[in-house]
Write a protein that binds this ligand. Structure first.
Ligand SMILES: Cc1ncc(COP(=O)(O)O)c(C=O)c1O
Length: 396
């Protein structure tokens, strides 16, 4: 069997294993390094030729970073290489600033993760003289009308991690390719396990590895995967310039997490589907925003482009005051109240998309909660939520 013909579960179990480089140990060890020694002056002086090949200095990575980068690349069929960063937001900042410069224009989906807009967009890109237009995530091929002579990048996140609109990625990448505009997508929700945006025409695929790749709520990581050596050199150069290298412990934890990615993702999907279906049938709930539900407006696109759904979805309640929804969430026993998602445990936070849209107003006033469904028994989660809905009604 060739490496190429291996199926995803096998890739996950065997990628980046180099036992005979490491005294027979299956997972690569953690290298802590700043200095790297060379046996001769000549080897020292030619250490960066060709650039970013091998181990040169701690800042540009050691076999610990390279192992998880190799694993993520292997998960995305058609990918060239991956660069890791100390967080998902760090990956977003690097992926955008590498391929944009002063005077360029970027189109960013209105549904992106809040800090992509407020921190990377306002704090980094606009300050660097890069013009941003936010677009309707459902625009599809209509993105063509927003392209300017200086448009260099289209940034997507599908589904958006607050409002869960599924973007027509192939329609957008087709327009972009015809005009040599680079496309970048945040694929954190599906992770490499449920979606390969390279097959949908994307150029650059990033993930907050903090979520499903690490999977245990104990590490932060960002990954940016590119399709060509030219893109890799540009991105790796920027990572080095920023001195933004992922920590060795985090890389080790991510590779450890990736080994169980398939079983975790399948269980997140099963549990989330059970809880989402139950919630959708409740009279207190106006809508569940989960593309895997056949009633979701993004279901057809999701089904076309993804092979499964993760554990994150939104719940829009009926006409309840915010205080009643807070009372419901406060009393939940199995759902923690906290940012992030993708770990083994369930989480619940209030969300208000109204305040973070500029291209198309979020048309709903109803209170919303975002749930991450973890690996608990879904019946226990449903019982916890049922008691919560009792509090919701009592506080109305
Ligand atoms: C969709 C999405 N992308 C990126 C990030 C940023 O990742 P990190 O928290 O690792 O910086 C998050 C974090 O919640 C996210 O939800």
């Amino acid at each position: 069997m060739t490496k190429k013909s291996r199926r995803k579960d096998t890739v996950i179990a065997h990628t980046a294993m180099k036992p005979w480089d490491n005294v027979g140990i299956p997972n690569p060890p953690i290298y802590y390094a700043s200095t790297v020694l060379f046996p001769t002056v000549e080897e020292f002086e030619t250490r960066d030729r060709p650039p970013f090949k091998g181990v040169q200095y701690g800042r540009s990575g050691t076999p610990t970073q390279f192992a998880v980068e190799e694993a993520v690349t292997d998960l995305y069929e058609g990918a060239h290489r991956t660069v890791t960063f100390p967080s998902g937001l760090g990956a977003i900042a690097a992926a955008t600033i590498t391929f944009l410069k002063h005077g360029d224009h970027v189109l960013i989906s209105d549904s992106v993760y809040g800090p992509t807009r407020k921190r990377v967009g306002a704090n980094l890109l606009e300050r660097a003289g890069i013009e941003i237009t936010f677009y309707d995530p459902l625009i599809g091929a209509g993105i063509e009308d927003l392209i300017q002579p200086n448009t260099r990048m289209i940034y997507m996140e599908s589904p958006g991690s607050h409002t869960f609109e599924v973007q027509d990625v192939p329609a957008i990448t087709k327009v972009a390719r015809a005009r040599e505009i680079i496309t970048v997508i945040d694929n954190t929700w599906s992770s490499a396990f449920f979606c390969n945006p390279f097959k949908l025409g994307a150029d650059i695929v990033l993930e907050a590895g903090t979520k499903y790749l690490c999977g245990h709520s104990d590490a932060m990581l960002g990954t940016v995967t590119v399709a060509t050596e030219e893109q890799f050199q540009a991105l790796k150069g920027m990572q080095n310039t920023l001195g933004s290298r992922a920590g060795a412990d985090e890389c080790y934890l991510a590779l450890r997490g990736i080994r169980t990615l398939s079983v975790r993702m399948e269980r997140h999907q099963k549990n989330a589907m059970e809880v989402a279906t139950w919630l959708a049938a409740r009279p207190e709930v106006e809508r569940v925003l989960y593309p895997a539900l056949p009633t979701d407006p993004g279901h057809a696109l999701w089904k076309r482009d993804h092979t499964g759904a993760s554990g994150l979805f939104g719940v829009m309640f009926g006409d309840y005051p915010k205080a009643a929804v807070s009372a419901m969430v406060d009393g939940l026993d199995l759902f923690g109240i906290g940012a992030s998602w993708g770990g083994f445990e369930s989480l619940a936070i209030p969300i208000n998309p109204k305040g973070s849209r500029t291209a198309v107003a979020w048309p709903h006033d109803n209170p919303m909660v975002r749930l991450h469904i973890g690996l608990e028994d879904p019946q226990d989660l449903i019982e916890d939520l049922e008691e919560g809905l009792g509090r919701l009604n009592a506080a109305r």
